[in-house]
Design a protein around this ligand. Sequence first.
Ligand SMILES: [Zn+2]
Length: 328
Amino acid sequence: MSYVGPDFEPPRPPRRPLRGPLTVAVAALVPGALVGWLVWQAVGDSGGDGSAAQASSSPASSSGRSASPGASDDGKEQPDAGTGQTGGSEEPGKSPPASAPAASGPLKGKVVVIDPGHNPGNFQHTSDINRKVNIGTNWKECDTTGTSTNGGYTEAKFTLDVSRRLRTLLEEQGATVKFTQDGDRAWGPCVDERARIGNKAGADAVVSVHADGSAAGNRGFHVILPGSVHEGDADTRPIVTPSRELGERIAGNFLRATGSAPSNYVGDRTGLDVREDLGGLNLSTVPKVFIECGNMRDSKDAAQLTSGAWRQKAAQGISEGIVSFLRG
Ligand SMILES: [Zn+2]
């Protein structure tokens, strides 16, 4: 089993040739994390803070009942078999409001666009989100509702929570941070518009935040990288390499910060996956990745995802990956 990211050099089985350049970066960065990784190897996943203890402080956006999401732009979230009830005990509290970037810091002058996946209001606008949009390679739903935990904590709330924490961390380091939506619109935006927001901002990096809805037992996080696509409005050729660099650094730092393992059901436990069917990536002209932070349908992962303390670590890991990428 191995995991390749800019911050780790774990023992690894033979892998696809893609990751050569990574090895160099890996060894250079964080020995501590290797220890953490090896500990995880040795004792199995500690389940992050393992506590399902409620979020000490994190946001509750307008409750979004997640009604059968279908295949979303991340194309994998399973239909929501849960009650879609919100207000379960997993309900979090308050997340930091937007503020101005710090006057100085390592990210001064950098623009980061954060794309909180889905929207808490999507379930109330099914005809709008089911409308097809062009993603270059084909036509796809505008957006989906996203998945939820069995306890009813919705992915749409999770993504806003982690994204807002991430914004605060990046602004503290001087970055200008823009959102594709901040729970401040009734539904959407559509996947094509989400890509255009990053393009228009001239973002130095874009991250789309999600959590997966897969079978129980499927665990861990993975980062989705754009494949090389050149069709219709889609041309990812210029961003494939920098997006991989961004993705590897986020994966490495996410693992170190959360202690969570790379996915055991996508990407051969490398924590990385390459896709050519996601509108949000296909239409991007700036470095961009998606991160699936864990599986909301697995009880152990759900215990992490519903924990405010763990979500803060997740935001920290993503932030450090972005900083590491932007500082080159
Ligand atoms: Zn999603």
